[in-house]
Design a protein around this ligand. Structure first.
Ligand SMILES: [Zn+2]
Length: 381
Protein backbone atom coordinates (compact mmCIF):
# COMPACT_ATOMS: atom_id res chain seq x y z
CA UNK A 1 0.00 0.00 0.00
CA UNK A 2 1.55 3.29 -1.10
CA UNK A 3 -0.48 6.28 -2.14
CA UNK A 4 -1.06 10.01 -1.78
CA UNK A 5 -4.38 11.81 -1.79
CA UNK A 6 -5.11 15.51 -2.33
CA UNK A 7 -8.23 17.49 -3.04
CA UNK A 8 -9.72 21.00 -2.76
CA UNK A 9 -9.50 22.54 0.70
CA UNK A 10 -13.22 23.36 0.76
CA UNK A 11 -15.92 21.51 -1.16
CA UNK A 12 -19.37 23.01 -0.76
CA UNK A 13 -22.30 21.09 -2.22
CA UNK A 14 -26.00 21.90 -2.31
CA UNK A 15 -28.86 23.52 -4.20
CA UNK A 16 -28.62 27.28 -3.86
CA UNK A 17 -25.10 27.19 -2.40
CA UNK A 18 -23.80 29.34 -5.28
CA UNK A 19 -25.04 32.21 -3.10
CA UNK A 20 -21.98 31.54 -0.89
CA UNK A 21 -19.64 32.55 -3.70
CA UNK A 22 -19.18 36.28 -2.92
CA UNK A 23 -18.28 35.51 0.70
CA UNK A 24 -15.75 32.84 -0.29
CA UNK A 25 -14.12 35.11 -2.89
CA UNK A 26 -13.85 37.91 -0.33
CA UNK A 27 -12.02 35.51 1.99
CA UNK A 28 -9.45 34.61 -0.70
CA UNK A 29 -8.44 38.00 -2.12
CA UNK A 30 -9.38 41.54 -2.99
CA UNK A 31 -9.09 41.73 -6.79
CA UNK A 32 -10.83 38.93 -8.62
CA UNK A 33 -10.57 37.82 -12.23
CA UNK A 34 -13.74 35.87 -13.11
CA UNK A 35 -13.54 33.37 -15.96
CA UNK A 36 -16.94 32.62 -17.49
CA UNK A 37 -18.33 30.99 -20.62
CA UNK A 38 -19.11 32.81 -23.84
CA UNK A 39 -22.18 34.53 -22.31
CA UNK A 40 -21.17 36.14 -19.00
CA UNK A 41 -24.63 37.75 -18.85
CA UNK A 42 -26.03 34.33 -17.79
CA UNK A 43 -24.45 35.03 -14.41
CA UNK A 44 -25.21 38.76 -14.15
CA UNK A 45 -26.75 38.54 -10.68
CA UNK A 46 -23.88 36.52 -9.32
CA UNK A 47 -21.26 38.74 -10.93
CA UNK A 48 -22.96 41.83 -9.51
CA UNK A 49 -22.81 40.32 -6.03
CA UNK A 50 -19.05 39.71 -6.24
CA UNK A 51 -16.94 42.18 -4.37
CA UNK A 52 -15.52 44.88 -6.65
CA UNK A 53 -13.30 45.34 -8.47
CA UNK A 54 -13.91 42.25 -10.61
CA UNK A 55 -12.75 41.74 -14.20
CA UNK A 56 -14.42 39.25 -16.55
CA UNK A 57 -12.46 36.94 -18.84
CA UNK A 58 -14.82 35.07 -21.22
CA UNK A 59 -13.73 31.61 -22.42
CA UNK A 60 -15.41 30.78 -25.72
CA UNK A 61 -14.06 27.30 -26.44
CA UNK A 62 -11.78 24.55 -25.17
CA UNK A 63 -8.63 26.23 -23.80
CA UNK A 64 -5.43 26.56 -25.77
CA UNK A 65 -1.91 27.68 -24.90
CA UNK A 66 -2.77 31.00 -26.58
CA UNK A 67 -5.93 31.46 -24.47
CA UNK A 68 -3.97 30.83 -21.27
CA UNK A 69 -1.49 33.54 -22.36
CA UNK A 70 -4.36 35.99 -22.97
CA UNK A 71 -5.79 35.08 -19.57
CA UNK A 72 -2.58 35.70 -17.65
CA UNK A 73 -2.20 39.04 -19.44
CA UNK A 74 -5.75 40.00 -18.39
CA UNK A 75 -5.05 38.89 -14.82
CA UNK A 76 -1.85 40.94 -14.60
CA UNK A 77 -3.51 44.02 -16.12
CA UNK A 78 -6.20 43.74 -13.47
CA UNK A 79 -3.61 43.01 -10.72
CA UNK A 80 -5.78 40.00 -9.79
CA UNK A 81 -4.96 38.16 -6.56
CA UNK A 82 -7.77 35.60 -6.84
CA UNK A 83 -9.23 33.77 -9.85
CA UNK A 84 -12.82 32.51 -9.92
CA UNK A 85 -14.36 30.25 -12.57
CA UNK A 86 -18.09 29.95 -13.25
CA UNK A 87 -18.64 27.56 -16.14
CA UNK A 88 -17.86 24.15 -17.62
CA UNK A 89 -14.54 22.30 -17.66
CA UNK A 90 -12.98 24.62 -20.25
CA UNK A 91 -13.66 27.69 -18.13
CA UNK A 92 -12.39 26.05 -14.95
CA UNK A 93 -9.24 24.70 -16.62
CA UNK A 94 -8.49 28.16 -18.01
CA UNK A 95 -8.87 29.69 -14.54
CA UNK A 96 -6.58 27.04 -13.02
CA UNK A 97 -3.93 27.69 -15.69
CA UNK A 98 -4.12 31.45 -15.05
CA UNK A 99 -3.92 30.99 -11.26
CA UNK A 100 -0.87 28.71 -11.65
CA UNK A 101 0.91 31.21 -13.93
CA UNK A 102 0.11 34.05 -11.49
CA UNK A 103 1.85 32.10 -8.76
CA UNK A 104 4.76 30.70 -10.77
CA UNK A 105 5.43 33.19 -13.59
CA UNK A 106 6.55 32.21 -17.09
CA UNK A 107 4.69 30.85 -20.09
CA UNK A 108 2.27 27.87 -20.30
CA UNK A 109 4.75 26.00 -22.54
CA UNK A 110 7.37 26.13 -19.76
CA UNK A 111 5.23 23.74 -17.72
CA UNK A 112 3.12 21.81 -20.26
CA UNK A 113 3.59 18.02 -20.19
CA UNK A 114 4.54 16.06 -23.33
CA UNK A 115 4.99 19.00 -25.76
CA UNK A 116 6.30 21.71 -23.42
CA UNK A 117 9.43 21.93 -21.29
CA UNK A 118 7.63 20.14 -18.44
CA UNK A 119 9.27 22.42 -15.87
CA UNK A 120 8.01 21.45 -12.40
CA UNK A 121 5.42 23.71 -10.77
CA UNK A 122 6.98 24.52 -7.41
CA UNK A 123 5.08 27.52 -6.08
CA UNK A 124 1.45 27.69 -4.98
CA UNK A 125 -1.06 28.92 -7.56
CA UNK A 126 -2.97 32.10 -6.78
CA UNK A 127 -6.16 31.20 -4.88
CA UNK A 128 -8.69 29.76 -7.33
CA UNK A 129 -12.36 29.08 -6.74
CA UNK A 130 -14.37 26.89 -9.13
CA UNK A 131 -18.12 26.76 -9.69
CA UNK A 132 -19.07 24.14 -12.31
CA UNK A 133 -22.17 24.76 -14.45
CA UNK A 134 -21.98 21.35 -16.17
CA UNK A 135 -21.74 17.93 -14.52
CA UNK A 136 -18.88 16.17 -16.21
CA UNK A 137 -15.27 17.13 -15.97
CA UNK A 138 -14.75 17.33 -12.22
CA UNK A 139 -12.25 20.09 -13.06
CA UNK A 140 -13.26 21.86 -9.85
CA UNK A 141 -11.23 19.32 -7.86
CA UNK A 142 -8.53 18.07 -10.24
CA UNK A 143 -4.84 18.92 -10.19
CA UNK A 144 -4.44 19.61 -13.92
CA UNK A 145 -5.57 21.97 -16.65
CA UNK A 146 -5.80 20.58 -20.17
CA UNK A 147 -4.58 22.95 -22.89
CA UNK A 148 -4.66 22.31 -26.62
CA UNK A 149 -1.52 23.14 -28.50
CA UNK A 150 -2.67 23.48 -32.14
CA UNK A 151 1.00 23.75 -33.23
CA UNK A 152 1.62 20.24 -31.90
CA UNK A 153 -1.84 18.81 -32.73
CA UNK A 154 -2.27 17.53 -29.19
CA UNK A 155 -3.84 18.36 -25.85
CA UNK A 156 -1.58 18.20 -22.82
CA UNK A 157 -1.78 19.12 -19.16
CA UNK A 158 -0.32 21.58 -16.74
CA UNK A 159 -0.28 19.46 -13.61
CA UNK A 160 0.53 19.81 -9.93
CA UNK A 161 -1.32 19.25 -6.66
CA UNK A 162 -0.61 22.99 -6.17
CA UNK A 163 -3.17 23.64 -8.95
CA UNK A 164 -6.15 22.09 -7.16
CA UNK A 165 -8.65 24.95 -6.64
CA UNK A 166 -8.74 26.30 -3.10
CA UNK A 167 -12.54 26.00 -3.01
CA UNK A 168 -15.24 24.33 -5.12
CA UNK A 169 -18.93 25.17 -4.97
CA UNK A 170 -21.14 22.50 -6.53
CA UNK A 171 -24.71 23.68 -6.97
CA UNK A 172 -26.82 21.21 -9.03
CA UNK A 173 -29.34 23.96 -9.86
CA UNK A 174 -26.70 25.58 -12.09
CA UNK A 175 -26.76 22.52 -14.39
CA UNK A 176 -30.55 22.52 -14.95
CA UNK A 177 -30.24 24.79 -18.00
CA UNK A 178 -27.64 22.50 -19.65
CA UNK A 179 -29.00 21.39 -23.05
CA UNK A 180 -29.40 17.61 -23.66
CA UNK A 181 -26.35 17.44 -25.96
CA UNK A 182 -24.08 18.89 -23.25
CA UNK A 183 -25.78 16.79 -20.56
CA UNK A 184 -24.99 13.66 -22.60
CA UNK A 185 -21.36 14.56 -23.34
CA UNK A 186 -20.50 15.76 -19.84
CA UNK A 187 -22.43 12.97 -18.13
CA UNK A 188 -20.69 10.23 -20.10
CA UNK A 189 -17.36 11.89 -19.32
CA UNK A 190 -18.27 11.82 -15.61
CA UNK A 191 -19.16 8.12 -15.85
CA UNK A 192 -15.84 7.40 -17.61
CA UNK A 193 -13.95 9.38 -14.98
CA UNK A 194 -15.36 7.10 -12.29
CA UNK A 195 -14.79 3.85 -14.23
CA UNK A 196 -11.19 4.51 -15.35
CA UNK A 197 -9.84 5.31 -11.83
CA UNK A 198 -11.79 2.30 -10.47
CA UNK A 199 -9.85 -0.11 -12.74
CA UNK A 200 -6.62 1.95 -12.81
CA UNK A 201 -3.26 0.50 -11.79
CA UNK A 202 -3.08 3.47 -9.41
CA UNK A 203 -6.44 2.85 -7.68
CA UNK A 204 -6.26 3.13 -3.90
CA UNK A 205 -8.76 2.61 -1.06
CA UNK A 206 -9.78 6.28 -0.95
CA UNK A 207 -10.39 6.59 -4.70
CA UNK A 208 -12.16 3.20 -4.75
CA UNK A 209 -14.88 4.41 -2.40
CA UNK A 210 -15.36 7.60 -4.36
CA UNK A 211 -15.40 5.91 -7.77
CA UNK A 212 -17.83 3.22 -6.61
CA UNK A 213 -20.28 5.85 -5.32
CA UNK A 214 -19.78 7.89 -8.50
CA UNK A 215 -20.73 4.87 -10.63
CA UNK A 216 -23.83 4.36 -8.51
CA UNK A 217 -24.80 8.04 -9.00
CA UNK A 218 -24.26 7.77 -12.77
CA UNK A 219 -26.49 4.69 -12.90
CA UNK A 220 -29.21 6.59 -11.05
CA UNK A 221 -28.91 9.96 -12.78
CA UNK A 222 -27.37 9.80 -16.25
CA UNK A 223 -30.29 8.62 -18.37
CA UNK A 224 -32.80 10.53 -16.22
CA UNK A 225 -30.95 13.87 -16.45
CA UNK A 226 -30.78 13.49 -20.24
CA UNK A 227 -34.48 12.60 -20.54
CA UNK A 228 -35.63 15.47 -18.29
CA UNK A 229 -33.18 18.30 -17.66
CA UNK A 230 -35.46 19.66 -14.94
CA UNK A 231 -35.15 16.49 -12.83
CA UNK A 232 -33.23 18.02 -9.95
CA UNK A 233 -32.58 14.69 -8.19
CA UNK A 234 -30.95 13.36 -11.37
CA UNK A 235 -28.98 16.61 -11.78
CA UNK A 236 -27.76 16.27 -8.19
CA UNK A 237 -26.69 12.66 -8.83
CA UNK A 238 -24.67 13.75 -11.86
CA UNK A 239 -23.13 16.76 -10.09
CA UNK A 240 -21.89 14.41 -7.37
CA UNK A 241 -20.79 11.78 -9.91
CA UNK A 242 -18.69 14.45 -11.62
CA UNK A 243 -17.20 15.68 -8.34
CA UNK A 244 -16.32 12.14 -7.19
CA UNK A 245 -14.83 11.27 -10.59
CA UNK A 246 -12.68 14.40 -10.46
CA UNK A 247 -11.25 13.55 -7.04
CA UNK A 248 -10.76 9.91 -8.08
CA UNK A 249 -8.91 10.71 -11.32
CA UNK A 250 -6.71 13.32 -9.67
CA UNK A 251 -5.49 10.63 -7.27
CA UNK A 252 -5.64 7.39 -9.28
CA UNK A 253 -5.13 8.50 -12.92
CA UNK A 254 -7.31 7.52 -15.88
CA UNK A 255 -6.82 5.07 -18.75
CA UNK A 256 -6.95 4.44 -22.49
CA UNK A 257 -10.27 6.26 -23.04
CA UNK A 258 -8.70 9.51 -21.90
CA UNK A 259 -5.34 8.71 -23.48
CA UNK A 260 -7.03 8.46 -26.89
CA UNK A 261 -9.59 11.25 -26.26
CA UNK A 262 -6.81 13.72 -25.43
CA UNK A 263 -5.13 13.15 -28.80
CA UNK A 264 -8.44 13.16 -30.68
CA UNK A 265 -9.40 16.47 -29.05
CA UNK A 266 -6.08 17.97 -30.14
CA UNK A 267 -6.50 16.67 -33.71
CA UNK A 268 -10.14 17.58 -34.47
CA UNK A 269 -12.91 19.66 -32.91
CA UNK A 270 -14.52 16.82 -30.97
CA UNK A 271 -16.03 17.83 -27.61
CA UNK A 272 -14.10 15.95 -24.92
CA UNK A 273 -17.14 14.19 -23.48
CA UNK A 274 -18.29 12.91 -26.87
CA UNK A 275 -14.82 11.56 -27.66
CA UNK A 276 -14.84 9.67 -24.34
CA UNK A 277 -18.39 8.44 -24.94
CA UNK A 278 -17.54 7.05 -28.38
CA UNK A 279 -14.45 5.27 -26.99
CA UNK A 280 -15.85 3.94 -23.71
CA UNK A 281 -17.34 0.64 -24.91
CA UNK A 282 -14.53 -0.26 -27.39
CA UNK A 283 -11.84 0.45 -24.75
CA UNK A 284 -13.66 -1.51 -22.06
CA UNK A 285 -14.01 -4.47 -24.41
CA UNK A 286 -10.33 -4.30 -25.44
CA UNK A 287 -9.12 -3.98 -21.84
CA UNK A 288 -11.19 -6.96 -20.72
CA UNK A 289 -9.84 -9.05 -23.62
CA UNK A 290 -6.22 -8.03 -22.89
CA UNK A 291 -6.65 -8.68 -19.15
CA UNK A 292 -8.06 -12.15 -19.80
CA UNK A 293 -5.16 -13.07 -22.06
CA UNK A 294 -2.57 -11.54 -19.69
CA UNK A 295 -3.68 -13.41 -16.60
CA UNK A 296 -6.70 -15.55 -15.77
CA UNK A 297 -8.42 -13.98 -12.77
CA UNK A 298 -6.59 -10.63 -13.12
CA UNK A 299 -7.82 -8.40 -10.24
CA UNK A 300 -8.93 -5.67 -12.69
CA UNK A 301 -11.47 -8.14 -14.10
CA UNK A 302 -13.12 -8.25 -10.66
CA UNK A 303 -13.24 -4.45 -10.81
CA UNK A 304 -14.99 -4.51 -14.17
CA UNK A 305 -17.45 -7.11 -12.88
CA UNK A 306 -18.19 -5.02 -9.78
CA UNK A 307 -18.67 -1.90 -11.93
CA UNK A 308 -21.09 -3.87 -14.12
CA UNK A 309 -23.17 -4.82 -11.07
CA UNK A 310 -23.25 -1.20 -9.87
CA UNK A 311 -24.20 0.44 -13.18
CA UNK A 312 -26.83 -2.13 -14.15
CA UNK A 313 -28.26 -2.35 -10.62
CA UNK A 314 -28.29 -6.13 -11.10
CA UNK A 315 -26.37 -8.04 -8.38
CA UNK A 316 -25.71 -10.96 -10.72
CA UNK A 317 -24.63 -8.88 -13.75
CA UNK A 318 -21.56 -10.00 -15.71
CA UNK A 319 -18.94 -7.84 -17.42
CA UNK A 320 -20.85 -8.45 -20.68
CA UNK A 321 -24.02 -7.05 -19.07
CA UNK A 322 -22.09 -3.96 -17.98
CA UNK A 323 -20.80 -3.48 -21.52
CA UNK A 324 -24.32 -3.85 -22.89
CA UNK A 325 -25.53 -1.18 -20.45
CA UNK A 326 -22.77 1.19 -21.59
CA UNK A 327 -23.58 0.60 -25.27
CA UNK A 328 -27.30 1.09 -24.68
CA UNK A 329 -26.71 4.32 -22.74
CA UNK A 330 -24.39 5.74 -25.39
CA UNK A 331 -27.02 5.01 -28.05
CA UNK A 332 -29.88 6.35 -25.94
CA UNK A 333 -28.00 9.60 -25.38
CA UNK A 334 -27.46 10.05 -29.12
CA UNK A 335 -23.66 9.97 -29.12
CA UNK A 336 -22.30 10.18 -32.69
CA UNK A 337 -19.33 8.17 -33.91
CA UNK A 338 -16.03 9.97 -34.40
CA UNK A 339 -16.55 10.05 -38.19
CA UNK A 340 -19.18 12.74 -37.56
CA UNK A 341 -16.30 15.06 -36.59
CA UNK A 342 -14.27 14.37 -39.70
CA UNK A 343 -12.03 11.66 -38.23
CA UNK A 344 -11.43 8.77 -40.62
CA UNK A 345 -9.56 5.44 -40.58
CA UNK A 346 -6.58 7.21 -42.17
CA UNK A 347 -6.10 9.16 -38.88
CA UNK A 348 -6.08 6.10 -36.62
CA UNK A 349 -2.38 5.23 -36.93
CA UNK A 350 -1.21 8.70 -35.90
CA UNK A 351 -3.75 8.99 -33.04
CA UNK A 352 -2.76 5.58 -31.65
CA UNK A 353 0.97 6.42 -31.75
CA UNK A 354 0.50 9.75 -29.96
CA UNK A 355 -1.94 8.30 -27.39
CA UNK A 356 0.58 5.63 -26.38
CA UNK A 357 2.78 8.43 -24.99
CA UNK A 358 0.00 10.19 -23.05
CA UNK A 359 -0.05 10.50 -19.30
CA UNK A 360 -3.54 8.95 -18.95
CA UNK A 361 -2.42 5.75 -20.70
CA UNK A 362 -0.18 4.97 -17.73
CA UNK A 363 -3.25 4.38 -15.54
CA UNK A 364 -4.75 1.79 -17.90
CA UNK A 365 -5.13 -1.59 -16.11
CA UNK A 366 -3.24 -3.42 -18.85
CA UNK A 367 -0.83 -2.26 -21.58
CA UNK A 368 -2.53 -2.02 -24.99
CA UNK A 369 -0.28 -2.40 -28.02
CA UNK A 370 -0.52 -0.38 -31.21
CA UNK A 371 -2.77 -2.88 -32.96
CA UNK A 372 -5.20 -2.96 -30.00
CA UNK A 373 -5.39 0.85 -30.01
CA UNK A 374 -5.98 0.82 -33.77
CA UNK A 375 -8.82 -1.70 -33.41
CA UNK A 376 -10.44 0.48 -30.71
CA UNK A 377 -10.23 3.56 -32.93
CA UNK A 378 -11.66 1.78 -35.97
CA UNK A 379 -14.66 0.70 -33.86
CA UNK A 380 -15.19 4.25 -32.55
CA UNK A 381 -14.86 5.87 -35.97
ZN1 LIG B 1 -12.74 13.37 -19.15
Amino acid sequence: MDFEFATAARIIVGCGRVADLPGIVAGLGTRVLVCTGASPSRHDQLLAALRRPAAIFPVTGEPTVELARAGITAAREHAADVVAAIGGGSVIDTAKAIAMLLGNGGDPLDYLEVVGSGRPITRPAAPCLAVPTTAGTGAEVTANAVLASPDHGIKASLRSPLMIPRAAVIDPELTVSCPPRVTAASGLDALTQCLEPFVSVRANPLTDGLAREGLRRAAAGLRAAYADGGDLAARADMAICSLLGGIALANAKLGAVHGLAGVIGGTAHVPHGLACAALLAPVTEANVRALRSAQAGHPALDRYAEAARVITGNPSASIADGLAWIRETVTLLGVPRLAAFGIGPQDADDIAAKAARSSSMRGNPVPLDHSALLAILLQAI
